[in-house]
Design a protein around this ligand. Structure first.
Ligand code: GDG
Length: 461
């Protein structure tokens, strides 16, 4: 790559996906997601570059330009995908950081590969960055990059943002490589978390593990100051609001309700099929409401979109079987000819269909056992310009800090989840509108632009 960039994003994946046309030519399409939308203008105005894996194992690609961004592909071999991505990132760190809701795998081989891949990212970034550039490293797959990068390029301004929760000291302590991981993060000038609790867990850990002094949210390490602070991520409210007002989407939302037999209550869940999302819990609650005839057959339909995710990781395969068994049981018990209480869709949908589903749903059920933020909850709110729609939301999602007018639940308390689903079903339209209006005010003010803006301002100050 000839010219160097003054603003760089470093993430596990590039923000584009390749699709091969019928004539065999490859085109790149921007992958959906708020991060890219928020960052794209900054990229364009500062001649930015994005470093990340392009998604094809074993393939090396030259840097290219697409959608106004310089993209620098980082290669990963098939074995690295297994050990670094599916392994250390998603079978070790992911469950450990999510309250150990599944047992983490501790493997030295995975760790070695994680280190090697982080080094490759750091070296490529060191090469691509202009003097004094601002570098923003994303998420748990790349926690060693800040330190590795600082060793090579002390002139850079380095920020790191963790999209998932940062666990309490007692859980983090189990990691055989805990010291290396913490030191990796401390290479940054600013370490960002979703919730204030994540930042304080990190500060406490630095003190307990490394004996580092701190004052407020500033940690003193190696003659430098590292700031640990929360920046709750958000969605592109304006874009979703506009999308949900589009007559085609409004029409599609009506059509969806009609196709489902115009139930009195349409409940919706949208998640990657992940064991942290509490899909089983909400289905259990809904199933019991049907068993107890608190909800009459035919009165409600639960649409659960479960987008395929990490299908080669053992724990995810097991989860899929469990959920499919559970759906089968409930539907077996409570279906009537022409009516199934649960519509389970193990498929991905495009953004338009998703917006129509949000708009169609009376009750959005978001019950993660632990979640950094949960964008689905904020997307649902952004789509309800009609002020219809109630949100049932887990206290264990970062979004619960902001969306206080949701029907908040403890996802471990099935009775409580049932109670809140019933409360949402029975709420008056006035009450529903009052809550929705307050939540919309929050999300429209704290949108994803503001999130990125506040992080970058803090990083550069
Ligand atoms: C991590 C953290 C944090 C889902 N199905 C489809 C689809 N989606 C989109 C949603 C939403 C996104 O995927 C999922 O975001 P979440 O925030 O809900 O969850 P994670 O994937 O676990 O994200 C999380 C987030 O990072 C950001 O920091 O909030 O806590 O775990 O945008 O709409 N999109 C499309 N089709 C689908 O079928 N197009």
């Amino acid at each position: 790559m000839g010219s160097r960039s003054s603003f760089l994003i470093v993430a596990n994946r590039l923000p584009v996906d390749r699709s091969i046309g019928p004539d065999g030519t490859a085109t790149w399409r921007r992958s959906p997601g708020g991060l890219v939308t928020a960052i794209a203008p900054v990229m364009q105005s500062r001649d930015g570059a994005w470093l990340g894996w392009h998604g094809a194992p074993g393939e090396e690609l030259e840097p290219f330009h697409d959608d106004g961004m310089n993209l620098i592909p980082i290669p990963l071999s098939e074995e690295e995908v297994q050990l670094y991505y599916e392994g250390f990132s998603n079978a070790t760190l992911w469950p450990l950081y999510h309250d150990v809701v599944a047992p983490p795998v501790f493997s030295r081989e995975m760790w070695e590969t994680y280190k090697a891949v982080n080094l490759r990212f750091a070296e490529a970034t060191a090469e691509a960055a202009a003097p004094g550039a601002v570098v923003w490293v994303q998420d748990y797959q790349l926690q060693l990059v800040p330190q590795m990068l600082r060793e090579r390029r002390p002139d850079l301004r380095i920020g790191f943002f963790l999209h998932i929760p940062f666990p309490p000291v007692e859980l983090f302590w189990r990691l055989p490589w805990r010291t290396e991981l913490v030191k990796g993060l401390l290479g940054a000038d600013l370490v960002g978390f979703q919730r204030p609790g994540g930042a304080s867990n990190f500060i406490r850990l630095c003190r307990r593990l490394l004996g580092l002094p701190y004052k407020g949210n500033e940690i003193f390490h190696d003659d430098r100051v590292v700031t640990a602070q929360s920046f709750p991520i958000s969605v592109d409210f304006g874009e979703l609001d506009k999308l949900a007002r589009d007559p085609q989407i409004v029409h599609r939302a009506k059509e969806i309700r009609f196709e489902l037999g115009d139930p009195e209550h349409l409940l919706l869940g949208v998640d990657r099929l992940d064991y942290t999302k509490g899909i089983g819990t909400r289905l259990e609650a809904f199933g019991e409401l049907l068993d107890e005839r608190q909800v009459e057959p035919g009165e409600a339909v639960f649409v659960q979109i479960a987008t395929p995710s990490r299908e080669r990781v053992e724990e995810y395969r097991r989860l899929r079987d469990d959920i499919e068994l559970q759906v089968g049981r409930i539907n077996g018990m409570h279906s009537m000819i022409g009516h199934q209480p649960i519509q389970y869709l193990h498929q991905a949908y495009d953004r338009h269909e998703l917006a129509a589903l949000y708009l169609a749903a009376d009750i959005m059920v978001v019950t993660p056992l632990r979640d950094g933020m949960n964008l689905v909850a904020k997307e649902y709110v952004s789509c309800h310009h009609d002020l219809r729609g109630a949100l049932v939301l887990s206290e264990f999602a970062g979004a619960a800090d902001e969306l206080r007018q949701a029907y908040l639940v403890n996802p471990y308390d099935v009775e409580g989840v049932k109670r809140q689903i019933l409360a949402a079903m029975r709420a008056t339209p006035h009450e529903v509108a009052r809550r929705m209006r307050a939540m919309r005010r929050r999300v429209s003010t704290y949108d994803v632009d503001r999130w990125a803006g506040e992080f970058l301002t803090a990083l550069e100050s």
